[in-house]
Design a binder for this molecule. Sequence first.
Ligand SMILES: [Zn+2]
Length: 129
Amino acid sequence: MTGDIELHGWCATFCQEAVSGEMPDNGADPDDHGHWCRSMSVSGDGITPSGTHFILFAEAMREYVHGVLPASQIDLHNRLRRVVGITLDSNSEPSVLLTPGEAREFAAGLVYLANVVSNIDAPAQRVIR
Ligand SMILES: [Zn+2]
């Protein structure tokens, strides 16, 4: 189709597949490499409202393409070059992808809310003299 482009797949510098040596840092078959370059993950342990243990994962991610990218996917591919992925299972596809700015804003919001529920954002007690 007109406008399709051929891309040679290069892994992101943080790609654990390439860093570990399990994959070459370029030219890997997407069927072997997967659809994403993924960093090491950070996790957040929590519980569901019913009390079941639950873990969220966040990773630096970049869409990995080695082959023909349809013209209709180019804009989305460019948006997926630098994202933080939130997954509900460490081996699954991401549920949400955040730009670096969105990820920083979310992280700052989480810290603020943690301070609120810990009540450490309250004003200092007055000293009565
Ligand atoms: Zn990779």
